[in-house]
Design a protein around this ligand. Sequence first.
Ligand SMILES: Nc1nc2c([nH]c(=O)n2[C@@H]2O[C@H](COP(=O)(O)OP(=O)(O)OP(=O)(O)O)[C@@H](O)[C@H]2O)c(=O)[nH]1
Length: 157
Amino acid sequence: MSSPPYNPQTTPVRRKAAVAVIVRQQRLLVIRRSQKVAAPGKLCFPGGGILPDETEHDAVVREIAEEMGVMCFPQQKIWHSQTSWGTEVAWWSADIAADAQLQINEEEVAEFFWLHPTQLHAHADLLPSNHEFLTAWKLAKFTIAGFSDPFVPLADG
Ligand SMILES: Nc1nc2c([nH]c(=O)n2[C@@H]2O[C@H](COP(=O)(O)OP(=O)(O)OP(=O)(O)O)[C@@H](O)[C@H]2O)c(=O)[nH]1
């Protein structure tokens, strides 16, 4: 029997995740997922599943430390969504030190980039739920500090 179509009201939430939206000079910290995890090779933000009894805030701190080798400072929750595969995702703005040296955990992360939202939006490998996040941002459902006009390409590319 085929499964019923995805409906955010009735599709059960299978797991919860928290991700970090980290900004530096009008660019977002973006990772390419390793070949060893789900959705291999896709681009998304650093983050991951929330452990039982863990807060979203603490999950962001733990996941960024595990994946990127740095301490981050979650600022505020900016968005909440449910993916078509049933994961509830909490999107948190977060800071890292200006001189932080990122050291990826290659088990989970293949590489990282700093991309402007227009570059991320146009990227063929972006995780679909992150497209939805960018669309919500474009529709001004939330704002993110540090951007003058997030959907106009930067003059210097
Ligand atoms: N890391 C990350 N996960 C995201 C993003 N957007 C999004 O929908 N997700 C979803 O959030 C969930 C957590 O992702 P993950 O696979 O990175 O988590 P994890 O490392 O803790 O994996 P695990 O819990 O299976 O070990 C997945 O369902 C993933 O598709 C994003 O920008 N970054």
